[in-house]
Design a protein around this ligand. Sequence first.
Ligand code: APR
Length: 253
Amino acid sequence: MDFDQDARRLATDLRDADTAVVLTGAGLSAASGIPTFRGDDGIWGDDFEESDFHVSRFERDPAGFWDDRIALYDRMEPDGGAEPNAAHRALATLTNSGILDAVITQNTDGLHHAAGTDEVIELHGTNARVVCPRCGSTTDGEPIRERARAGELPPRCECGGPYKPDVVLFGELLPRDAHRRAKELTAASDVFLVAGSSLRVDPAASLPARRRGGTLAVINLERTRYADSADYTFRTDVTELLPELADRLSGER
Ligand code: APR
């Protein structure tokens, strides 16, 4: 692969596309100090298992779920909190300038919003909020996490129901509107980018297969399931290639 030539060709494809989207994963936030779930130093398998955060665990044992959840937040949040990195900022530039129609993200860290991206589709929800499954009310997540850290396990809504992080737990369906919009944009896309995802968790990982033609470019350090079918495969750092694409395309629209 001639990296520079492929990067130039991808930039041209993006400039000429009527519809273009990017699907991001945990690799986008690695440079912000948030560990990924899989790959080197991944979360799953050292102190945490996916089953610890299955919706059935929350329903059966909300106190134990929250105890593990706080430990997970402490493992994932860098000291002083996470800030958007150059890859987030590049995607904000590409989206807000009209090159990309939206950022579809599996991440729940809110860093695309923090980078100023206008159109973000949060397929897996967000840790910025908690929701009460009993009465449906939602509220800011941070004060509730502090109550859990202080020993209120689980933290409870005024109605008495245990709060749940407003993220998609294993065993739950994706938010209907977000999933519908992601599928619509994917089907219409002339260019579909993947950035920083192992593409191991469906249904998000099967979005690229919902394209009706168009160009698929995967930017990921590790090989993914689309390695043999993608038009472009960049086994490179998103904080290098995405800013390069944004620089090449700045002022193109
Ligand atoms: N540049 C490019 N790729 C990177 C970088 C980087 N700087 N850092 C890490 N990566 C790649 C890794 O090689 C890995 O393949 O990012 C990928 C991250 O994969 P996962 O950790 O599996 O994260 P993700 O694909 O977002 O997981 C999907 O799984 O556990 C669930 O709900 C969770 O949303 C998450 C979902």
